[in-house]
Write a protein of this length. Structure first.
Length: 395
């Protein structure tokens, strides 16, 4: 018996986005004020320079004097690619040309593009994910027919390095490194990255993917070591998104940047560009590329209040008695449930109107993740008191 299109289609819920709807239903039913700490959605003032460039482009479009609303090359608008090559030299200390860059609509699409390229070479293999990891990684890996090879969570970098060594095999196609990490806020040290690079240089069949959307969000007293510079491994790719840096998550603009010595980089960029069009992506937004190419990069955004709230909340939750992973950057804090079951802490918090994400999708089931984006001076005490009441309820 033939079925109608999509009649038997089943797709699992997004483990993060779906929680906002559930939180809303609970709050309506119980007449609670909703505090959504689920998503890393950086709402706030954007760069004045960037806003002015966008406005200028739109005004010219209205007069028919701009091509910012038209197609550009699928690889990217040339001035944007040049601007990104300069940005990578500044931030990651790598000397690359515009020909090393591919514009993409966000970091997620960048990782998907790289995995699609790997699939074009061979349809099987393993992708190494370091716990905790962004849940979408597993979805991307599965979608392209690969197998996730999970490295279990370990704070000690030497022990973590040993676990990575154990996972690498002839079947390994790539490793994804996310620093600052979502969800933990961990920033990997220069020593650790150097050591991973030594391992990778003995396994040159592995693609190293550095996923860096949080690299501009590091606590003032902490330092971020450049992944691509410290790996010192030719087969490394930077994936970046302006979503967090610029508070423009809904605009979907980012890029892929290949290592200066990436083998046959021009051919690789051309092939990866072709995977975009084959998947119906076509190109990244021309207007966003044009505006950013005219700005001083990185964008100037004041994150001081957010970073200070992160430090204060970490300290206050610790003083209540919670065990946490100390964040060095990013937009999240991971809190361990007193009963080591993140789902139970998550559900109790949801029941009083505090939305968090259980740690299981990130590979750390004992924890919940809360987004600092939803924390304000106004709701701070309510959040802290809610966590305190829940902590006491476990006793």
């Amino acid at each position: 018996m033939r079925k109608n299109p999509f009649e038997s289609l089943i797709v699992g819920e997004d483990p993060i986005r779906s929680l906002k709807r559930k939180l809303n239903k609970i709050c309506i039913k119980k007449n609670l004020t909703e505090i959504d700490l689920t998503q890393g959605n950086p709402i706030g003032k954007i760069s004045r320079e960037y806003a002015e460039k966008l406005i200028g482009l739109i005004r010219k479009e209205e007069c028919g004097e701009s091509l910012s609303n038209s197609y550009c090359s699928s690889q990217g608008y040339q001035d944007f690619l040049i601007a990104i090559s300069k940005l990578e030299r500044k931030i990651n200390n790598i000397n690359i040309s515009a020909n090393h860059i591919l514009a993409i609509p966000g970091a997620g699409e960048g990782i998907a593009t790289l995995l699609c390229g790997l699939k074009e070479e061979s349809e099987t293999g393993e992708i190494i994910l370091l716990t905790p990891f962004f849940p979408a990684y597993k979805s991307y890996v599965k979608h392209f027919g690969f197998t996730s090879k999970i490295v279990e969570f370990e704070l000690n970098e030497n022990l973590l390095l040993n676990r990575i060594k154990e996972k690498i095999s002839d079947s390994t196609r790539a490793i994804i490194i996310n620093s600052p990490n979502n969800p933990s806020g961990i920033v990997y040290s220069q020593y650790f990255l150097n050591k991973i690079g030594e391992v990778l240089n003995k396994n040159s069949h592995v693609l190293a993917i550095s996923d860096e959307p949080y690299r501009e969000l590091v606590l003032p007293d902490r330092n971020r070591a450049s992944v691509i510079s410290n790996l010192n491994y030719d087969n490394t790719v930077v994936v970046y998104s302006f979503s967090k840096e610029g508070r423009i998550a809904g605009c979907r603009i980012g890029y892929i940047a290949l290592h200066p010595k990436f083998p046959n980089y021009e051919k690789v960029i051309e092939a990866l560009t072709n995977t975009l069009t084959e998947r119906g992506v076509i190109q990244a937004s021309t207007r966003e590329q044009m505006a950013l190419s005219q700005c001083k990069l990185p964008l100037t955004i004041d994150w001081n209040d957010t970073m200070n709230l992160m430090k204060i909340l970490f300290t206050d939750l610790s003083n209540i008695g919670y065990e946490l992973i100390e964040p060095n950057g990013g937009l999240f804090i991971c809190v361990k449930s007193p009963d080591k079951n993140g789902m139970s802490l998550h559900e109790r918090l949801m029941d009083i109107g505090l939305g968090t994400v259980p740690g299981e999708p990130f590979g750390i089931k004992e924890y919940v993740r809360l987004s600092i984006c939803g924390v304000t001076r106004k709701n701070y005490n309510k959040i802290l008191n809610g966590f305190k009441d829940i902590y006491l309820s476990f006793k």
